[in-house]
Design a protein around this ligand. Structure first.
Ligand SMILES: Cc1cc2nc3c(=O)[nH]c(=O)nc-3n(C[C@H](O)[C@H](O)[C@H](O)COP(=O)(O)O)c2cc1C
Length: 391
């Protein structure tokens, strides 16, 4: 990690999330299937920030499923230890948070109210949940009540609302602030927007005006350090949350740190550096999955296209990397590439990962008729927790 240049101007002060101080006000967005301990390590090696684990459901935690415990495990040197919990039932959320803090499993707990996946929203979970104001408040309250006993800060990550006619973020942000959360993050799209178009950064500015006593974090479409600076400039937010932009590009965190310290350096890797980073990602993944090379390689395959975006690598090699089965196979195929290829420029940067088109969000019948919740809806919601897997 490069040392700060003393003469350079910091763009923002350190981010304070409850008792935690994050020098570089950058957060790795929780991404199911991506931000496991292996990927977080790669990112951390490049720059400062707060690195959030993949989402885990409160029910899985309470049931202590092995996968949920793997998801919230951190490398011994990872600090602060950050996790994200998804839940729809205040009691289960409370129990999950209690378990995390009593067993000293995390230093920060983020709560997911942003999942737009239809199988979740159609049961009332994720991004459409804050529409039910009392339920949202009770979930946040239960989490804060348990976490505050151990001085662990809770944050909320949400979308703008269900759709443009059913916006929730200003109410939810103010409510979260009143309930004692330590920061709120806004992915500035509605559930209906899914991942389409450009995030509405002006909504982040509005949230910043509405929520005044805790940090407001902006999220959506930061593909380069310059985008982060532009978001800060446009919205006045206190920190940025970066998701898809770092997929296959963990060095983006070096750029972000440099940018926030007022330095112009940007990482422009040649293909050898990209290949070595991808291989190291593979090695870390094998360790993360307890030496299960097969599982690790299945995971690494989905990262290949992001790492190689814009580099002159032929279809045959790309195809074989997409089917890689072992670390040795990964290294061998990577070595067939022209590793002396220089950084190809803007083709290697920019959007990657989920895009998707806008859609009418699926909600339970009658969901949007009122902001109160019925007992039948609560039952559906609990089912929602069983089918959630990120987003
Ligand atoms: C593959 C993938 C998985 C995601 N999983 C989660 C998740 O578990 N929890 C969450 O709050 N958001 C999740 N998200 C949303 C991101 O955290 C982030 O809000 C979104 O991608 C917008 O930020 P970006 O434009 O920087 O990517 C996921 C996004 C992607 C692409």
């Amino acid at each position: 990690m490069p040392a700060p240049t003393p003469s350079a101007e910091r763009v923002l002060p350190p981010l304070r999330i409850g008792p935690l101080t994050v020098d570089t006000p950058v957060i790795l967005a929780p991404m199911a299937g991506i931000t496991n301990a292996a990927f977080r390590r790669l990112c951390r090696e490049h720059g400062g920030g707060l690195y959030v684990a993949e989402m885990v459901t409160s029910r899985a935690l309470v049931e202590r499923t092995p996968e949920s415990l793997r998801i919230i495990a951190h490398d011994p040197d990872e600090t602060p230890r950050s996790v994200q919990v998804y839940g729809v039932d205040p009691a289960t959320i409370g129990a999950a948070v209690k378990m995390i803090v009593e067993e000293d499993r995390a230093d920060h707990i983020d709560m997911n109210f942003g999942c737009p996946v239809p199988k979740v929203t159609k049961k009332g979970g994720g991004a459409v949940l804050p529409w039910k104001r009392d339920l949202f408040r009770d979930i946040v309250r239960a989490a804060v009540r348990e976490a505050s006993k151990f001085d662990v800060p809770v944050t909320v990550k949400m979308r703008k609302g269900v759709d443009d006619d059913h916006l929730t973020y200003l109410d939810a942000g103010r409510m979260a602030e009143r309930e004692g959360v330590a920061a709120v993050a806004l992915h500035a799209r509605t559930a209906a927007d899914y991942y389409s178009g450009h995030a509405d950064w002006d909504a982040i500015a509005r949230l910043k005006e509405a929520v005044t006593s805790i940090p407001v974090l902006g999220n959506g479409d930061i593909w380069a350090a310059e985008d982060a600076l532009a978001m800060i400039e446009r919205t006045g937010c206190d920190g940025v949350v970066v998701g898809r932009g770092c997929m296959g590009r963990p060095w983006l965190f070096a750029d972000l740190q440099a940018a926030f310290e007022g330095r112009p350096e940007r990482v422009q890797p040649g293909l050898r550096y990209v290949a070595d980073t991808l291989y190291r990602h593979g090695e870390l993944m094998v360790a993360h999955f307890d030496d299960d090379e097969n599982r690790a390689m299945r995971e690494i395959r989905k990262h290949v296209a992001w790492y190689l975006k814009g580099y002159p690598v032929g279809g045959d090699i790309r195809r074989r990397l997409g089917l890689v089965e072992s670390l040795a196979g990964l290294r061998g195929t990577l070595d067939e590439m022209d590793l002396d290829s220089p950084f190809p420029g803007p083709d290697a940067e920019g959007p990657r990962g989920r895009q998707g088109t806008a859609r009418v969000p699926s909600c339970p019948d009658g969901w949007l008729d009122s902001q109160d919740i019925t007992p039948a809806m609560e039952i559906k919601l609990r089912e929602a927790e069983l089918s959630v897997s990120g987003g």
